[in-house]
Design a protein around this ligand. Structure first.
Ligand SMILES: C[S@@+](CC[C@H](N)C(=O)[O-])C[C@H]1O[C@@H](n2cnc3c(N)ncnc32)[C@H](O)[C@@H]1O
Length: 369
């Protein structure tokens, strides 16, 4: 078989697996409720009596899961046109090649996609966005001030764009902004929000329905959230916005191209963070700026069969300078949350790194060697 046919078949298989994982959501989620209910039923009668309200909660969880599944069905319904590139899409997802896509599991929909919708596209996610996206946006509008340049000529890349809110916000300020993402979960969900959500708050979902622990009140687990808080089709950005699928390390080859690269909760997604820093350096224009905000969680740390190194903040400074960057701003104390349930008894907040680095206009002699 010709290799392009094989490649195409492989792409289709990956795509079908992701769709299958979305379609498994209801079954997987209901099974976890059923297990709990079966356990309650096996308890002594007096225990069951004490759990009457808890049993009612389990029933309500089922309704919330049905509602989530309904939203997921809408998200998936539209996924084909993303893969086969529907020219009506307001924001094109060009280059949708599943290059080195991450492995998929149905529980990722619960763990990742629903929470990321909360973070990026709900009114309740605003405080997280203020912590994480606002410092980056403020830096961009200061360095590339509309008073000093034609913002539409400024090319900004956001690798690891998630559901695209940061990309949208940057494009709303008039810049050309491209998001890059390799998770089809994220790409399918962002395609839905960016291209198919025509009015504000058109969807209702229950992001915390799978959080069985650390709930003060039963109602916290079944709290509804609506999205999107702003409709990108109704309020398209002033500038140009684009989402590009694929592995950051494989997609971006053009040297000295970008005016600015903004990474938010991304650089620790690498097996070897140095590869990310080197690539960011090489594709930035001389004089270009890299803005980074996020922790050093190192996603591959302790994952079986995955290589990982976990350089400390101090090591990151050595890496960044060795790659050739000039550090303009450097803090390691930016409070930032990631997809946190605001009502949970458990709250985790990072003291994130905030870095602004410049690729020097002229490279010192010793770096050129
Ligand atoms: C922790 S999330 C952060 C998402 C978003 N920037 C935010 O702050 O909410 C990291 C994102 O990077 C994506 N990602 C990780 N490695 C990637 C790679 N090599 N190429 C493209 N995307 C990647 C993941 O799929 C995930 O959506």
């Amino acid at each position: 078989m010709d290799s392009s046919v094989e490649e195409n078949e492989e792409e289709q298989n990956i795509f079908c697996n992701i769709i299958a994982a979305f379609k498994c959501y209801r079954k997987t989620a209901l099974e976890s409720v059923n297990r709990r209910e079966a356990y309650v039923n096996s308890l002594p009668k007096n225990h069951q009596e004490m759990l009457t309200k808890y049993r009612e909660l389990l029933q309500k969880l089922r309704c919330c899961i049905e509602a989530n599944d309904n939203v997921i069905k809408h998200i998936v319904q539209d996924a084909d046109c993303l893969f086969y590139n529907d020219s009506d899409n307001l924001f094109q997802s060009s280059n949708l090649k599943p290059l080195t896509m991450p492995k998929v599991r149905p529980q990722d929909i619960q763990k990742v996609t629903l929470k990321q919708i909360f973070r990026d596209w709900s009114i309740e996610g605003q405080s997280e966005r203020n912590q994480c996206y606002k410092p980056i946006i403020d830096e961009i509008t200061t360095v590339f001030s509309p008073l000093k340049c034609n913002v539409e000529d400024i090319k900004i890349l956001v690798p690891g764009a998630g559901l695209g809110r940061l990309v949208y916000e940057i494009a709303c300020r008039g810049y050309y902004c491209e998001g890059n993402e390799f998770s089809l979960f994220m790409l399918i969900a962002s395609n839905f929000v960016l291209n198919r959500c025509i009015v504000e708050n058109q969807c209702t979902f229950y992001p915390w329905v799978h959080q069985y622990v650390n709930n003060l009140c039963r109602n916290n687990q079944i709290k509804s959230v609506t999205f999107p808080d702003v409709s990108p089709t109704k309020f398209p950005p002033k500038g140009t916005m684009n989402m590009v699928a694929g592995d950051f390390l494989q997609v971006y080859k053009d040297l000295n191209y970008w005016d600015c690269i903004a990474t938010c909760f991304f650089i620790d997604c690498a097996n070897n963070i140095i590869e990310f820093v080197e690539l960011i350096y090489s594709i930035l224009k001389p004089g270009g700026i890299w803005i980074n905000l996020g922790p050093l969680l190192y996603h591959f740390s302790d994952i079986i069969h995955e290589n990982s190194i976990e350089p400390t903040y101090e090591d990151i400074m050595i890496i960044v300078i060795s790659c050739g960057f000039k550090i303009l701003k450097n803090r390691a104390d930016v409070p930032s949350k990631y997809a946190q349930n605001p009502t949970s008894m458990h709250q985790s907040e990072y003291n994130s790194i905030y870095l602004v680095c410049e690729k020097p206009d002229s490279v010192p002699i010793e770096m050129k060697k």
